[in-house]
Design a protein around this ligand. Structure first.
Ligand SMILES: NC(=O)c1ccc[n+]([C@@H]2O[C@H](COP(=O)([O-])OP(=O)(O)OC[C@H]3O[C@@H](n4cnc5c(N)ncnc54)[C@H](OP(=O)(O)O)[C@@H]3O)[C@@H](O)[C@H]2O)c1
Length: 268
């Protein structure tokens, strides 16, 4: 990988995992386009990074803002890496999830990566070697109670990534999927953190996720699933889902303690 020749569009750069990935890439000499909605956080990040970078504020679920971002960057010569990392989460039963939240989770976590990828494909094809990396989740392989919208979006993102990497196999575009497990960032509400603790789930640092992200690129991997036993559960869930049904249904009473109806309209 010739890092210093890369220009990378990183969505969700203002978030926990995004900031850690931005720091890891900038240290290698990659020039970044930092995208998010929180201008102050993006500018503060830019100040900390070595090298030349650009801040672009955009609500990616807004078609106009997304399209003007694409036009602006295409006019500037485009990018060689697209990291679809922006995401939102919501912990509640399906019954207690509003239509607005359902649509927003699917739009941000699934449609936005698909639409951005589609918009950048023509110019990605014109460069020598280019990369698309989609940030999924363990919940993109294991359905979890209280996470129906999030799981649907991340299962969709994994399917999209797999399909695209096969579709583009005879091109210069490498497509990869990185699935973090629970990570210490603001996407997780207090209830999510408390639930992870009660369930005994490990929580990674964003820096650990960034390290795995860099390994994925350096080792030319198409997929990486972070953490043990999560990696094992993903395999078992793929081969024998009824075994995982049983294990997770046993935990349902604990999970239900943290899915409060008061969380109904909270979009993180
Ligand atoms: N943390 C975990 O436990 C965990 C586990 C597995 C997978 N992941 C995945 O990792 C990715 C990064 O999440 P994180 O943990 O770093 O969460 P985070 O700290 O909450 O960051 C989320 C990022 O997404 C951006 N974003 C959300 N909606 C957006 C929109 N409509 N337009 C533009 N930007 C938007 C946010 O931007 P602003 O703040 O500027 O609005 C923020 O930069 C997500 O895809 C998430 O699903 C996280």
């Amino acid at each position: 990988m010739e890092w210093s020749n890369q220009r990378c569009l990183l969505t969700g750069a203002s978030g926990g995992i995004g900031q850690a990935i931005a720091k890891a890439l900038a240290q290698k000499g990659v020039s970044l386009v930092l995208v998010g909605r929180n201008s102050a956080r993006l500018h503060a990040l830019k100040e900390q990074l070595p090298g030349e970078h650009q801040v672009c504020c955009a609500d990616l679920s807004n078609a106009q803002e997304r399209e003007s971002l694409v036009s602006k960057l295409t006019e500037q010569g485009g990018v060689s890496m697209l990291v679809n990392n922006a995401g939102i989460s919501h912990l509640s039963t399906l019954e207690d999830t509003s239509t607005e939240v359902l649509e927003s989770v699917l739009q941000t976590n699934l449609m936005v990566p698909m639409l951005l990828t589609q918009a950048f494909l023509p110019q990605l094809k014109q460069r020598r070697t280019t990369h698309i990396i989609n940030i999924g989740s363990t919940f993109g392989s294991i359905g979890f109670a209280g996470q129906t919208a999030y799981c649907a979006s991340k299962f969709g993102l994994r399917g999209f990534t797999e399909s695209l990497l096969r579709e583009l196999a005879d091109t210069n575009i490498k497509v990869s999927y990185l699935a973090p497990r629970a990570t210490d960032t603001q996407i997780n509400s207090d209830a999510s953190f408390a639930m992870n603790k009660a369930l005994g789930n490990q929580v990674d640092t964003p820096e650990m996720v960034a390290k795995q992200f860099m390994l994925l690129l350096e080792q030319h991997k198409t997929r990486a699933f972070i953490g043990f036993p999560e990696r094992l559960f993903i395999k078992i869930n793929g081969a024998f889902p009824s075994l995982v049904d049983k294990a997770l249904i046993k935990k349902l009473p604990i999970i239900k303690r943290f899915i409060a109806p008061t969380m109904k309209d909270k979009i993180l």
